[in-house]
Design a protein around this ligand. Structure first.
Ligand code: BYC
Length: 471
């Protein structure tokens, strides 16, 4: 089904047939636009950006490219096509027809999940709002803006669900999405990683690699939901999410490539003298962003998560491909915990461990990109291996948050932590150095010195393509 861009709110949900809902969303729209102009990408209002816009949700239809003036981007509401006879595939209602309306007894839980998901979307736009001023190339600037407009659209996706299915309190929650702000001391965003600043492009690439990947896993679990509109919304969001992680993976890879080039050229590890970002600093940034993102999966043992599962609201990653009863009545899952000053694996109920299982899936996926980054290093003939820190390292949520744990997984004293933390997490000096490199490069085809050029252009464009026009 193609999307009508003449509509005030482009959509494929027949909004015109539901005047009340349409009016309610049209009332929310100016507040969103005001939020975008105040807290969206700084200085972008006059730019024409080569963006991808969805024209239909069918395969192929969501990849339509052209220059768009940023505030004129048409944020719309798109759900993946409805699957005939879809069922609730897990939990106590397994086998029932999927719900088209919110099941009354689960309303509060479902609303909470949708609000938590929705809150992260505008948060990331707020976190990244100054980055456009220091882009390493027009290619990167365009990718930043593509990510930003899609996060804005993902907010629309969740706001649509709130308006369409939760009545008055849904509308209030939609308003509150525009009132909380990343890092605001009085009204912060809900999840902690979304209150951290994204002050430089290295942080942005790490964020899109690690934190957007949490988005992939959370959306994939919500795509399993027995509440069909949520499932369909998340399925379409996932198609957009892939590009965000590509930006992160290739972005970090290009920084590593440039660093290795400088190391070989000048026969030194200390590439800061030559304007590069040394590998140990990159490892510290990785440690930070990985650990903050790992926190986003919640507590290892969570009755909330068990309830969401039993209620049929939030499943496991690729639930229907798992070969078990999908109810987890007696199933066991191995979960890491602390015991006698060490970290051991212990059997837990698989039902209360669904957060941890998702974290395991996520960590495995994170490792793939790290392996690719290591290939860039080894192909340059350099002896250095990037590693994911232990899951217990630098945690703020869950069983390890009360312990100090090294990247190797050893529990240490507070004093030992203080002595070594500068080897493991970015220091003030690291951050200041990285920020000092952030000088805008906006000439077509040119790239900042601290990062290698992209291997190929967006949508087959050549290296000197004018991805962003300043008008
Ligand atoms: N920060 O039982 P638990 C994305 C609280 S990213 C602060 O584990 P729950 C994106 C929790 O609220 C994906 N607090 O909690 C990426 C609870 O508090 P109460 C976003 C936290 O709620 C990049 C208590 O600890 N989507 O899309 O079952 C750019 C007990 O913990 C945190 C989702 O997150 C935290 N990290 O599990 C743009 C999916 N973690 O009730 C976008 C929806 C836990 O005791 N959310 N707490 O006061 C969920 O599924 C769940 O809310 C969570 C947490 C998995 C996040």
């Amino acid at each position: 089904m193609s999307i009508d861009y003449q509509e005030k709110i482009p959509n494929n949900v027949n909004l015109a047939d539901d005047r009340r809902l349409q009016r309610a969303l049209e009332k929310w729209q100016p507040g969103y636009q005001q939020w975008w102009s105040e807290l969206g990408p700084e200085g972008s209002h006059q730019m024409d950006v080569y963006l991808r816009t969805a024209i239909s949700v069918e395969p192929g239809g969501w990849a339509n490219y052209g220059h768009v003036k940023m505030p004129d981007y048409r944020w719309g509401i798109f759900l993946a096509p409805q699957e005939e006879e879809r069922k609730v595939n897990f939990g106590a209602h397994k086998g029932d027809a999927a719900w088209q309306e919110v099941p009354g007894e689960y309303r509060a839980e479902l609303r909470r999940l949708i609000v938590t998901q929705g809150d992260t979307e505008p948060a990331s736009v707020e976190q990244q709002r100054h980055l456009g001023l220091t882009c390493p190339s027009l290619y990167d600037l365009r990718n930043l803006f593509q990510v930003n407009v899609e996060e804005g659209r993902h907010l629309w996706a969740m706001v649509y669900l709130l308006h369409a299915h939760f009545g008055r309190d849904g509308r209030e929650e939609a308003e509150a999405m525009l009132e909380r702000h990343s890092g605001d001391p009085d009204k912060p965003r809900i999840l902690e990683a979304f209150n951290e600043p994204t002050p430089d492009w290295l942080s942005f690439f790490m964020f899109t690699y690690f934190t957007d990947r949490d988005g992939k896993y959370q959306l994939a679990s919500l795509a399993e939901s027995g509440f069909d509109p949520l499932s369909r919304t998340c399925r379409f969001m996932l198609t957009e999410e892939a590009h965000h992680m590509f930006v992160g993976e290739t972005g970090v890879g290009r920084v590593i490539q440039r660093t290795c080039q400088l190391m070989r050229e000048h026969k030194t590890d200390d590439v800061r003298k030559y304007g590069g970002i040394d590998l140990p600093t990159l490892q510290r940034y990785l440690n930070f962003h990985f650990s903050v993102s790992v926190d986003l999966f919640g507590q290892e043992i969570s009755t909330n998560a068990a309830n969401y599962f039993t209620m049929g609201l939030k499943g496991r990653f690729q639930e229907t491909r798992i070969d078990d009863d999908h109810q987890l009545k007696d199933a066991i899952y191995q979960v890491a915990e602390t015991k006698n000053d060490g970290i051991v694996m212990a059997d837990q109920s698989a039902l209360t461990a669904v957060n941890e299982r998702l974290r395991d899936d996520y960590i495995r996926d994170c490792q793939r990109g790290v392996d690719k980054w290591n290939r860039i290093i080894s192909e340059a003939g350099i002896d250095f291996t990037m590693t994911l820190p232990n899951r217990a390292f630098h945690r703020g949520i869950g069983a390890f948050s009360t312990h100090k744990v090294t990247p190797n997984g050893d529990i240490i004293s507070d004093a030992d932590w203080e002595r070594q933390v500068d080897d493991w997490l970015p220091t003030e000096l690291d951050r200041a150095y990285v920020v000092s490199l952030m000088k805008p490069v906006t000439e077509p085809g040119k790239v900042a010195d601290w990062i290698a050029p992209p291997a190929k252009g967006i949508n087959g464009q050549t290296g000197d393509f004018e991805y962003v026009r300043f008008t």
